[in-house]
Design a protein. Sequence first.
Length: 188
Amino acid sequence: MKTTLLIVAHPHFNESVTSQHITQFLQSTSEAANGIISIRIISELYPDGKIDVTEEQKALLEAENVVLLFPFYWYNVPAILKLWMDEVLEYGFAYGKTGDKLKGKNLLLSLSTGGPEEAYQPGGRNNNYIADYLLPMKQTAFLTGMNFLEPLVSYGMVNIKGIDIDKAPVIEKAKTHALKLYEILQVL
């Protein structure tokens, strides 16, 4: 197994059933204990939004695989992940004439949606496939020279503040997602 950096980008990590279960599962593995999987929960590291660019770039340099774990918000990544990308994936590091530091690394998106899979298709509630909404992330991988892997998407992971739902099915889906993610990382 190659070294993996997991960037957890949930703005309300402590309220997220999905992100917490996936992260806790990966933290419990021997790979995490041995430093093969490194986990950075950026909303906890940078609650003030002041990203330590040098530290984040160092973490990226040490990994062969980069996993971005996030909830799908308004057809995009959460603001904390967008900020992280804007600041960390800078010219001269991630792209540009001398920006080849991520070249050849694998990029895997590990995301969850509140809506069911059928909502993400033409004619569905969201009118497009989820892959269509992820094109900017695919282009980011292309620009940085990373290998864009097939995203791991879990649908129907509803966890909206103020909406009372049975969390048991969401927890089971999160456990399944975590196991799939772990299995993917085993073969990279």
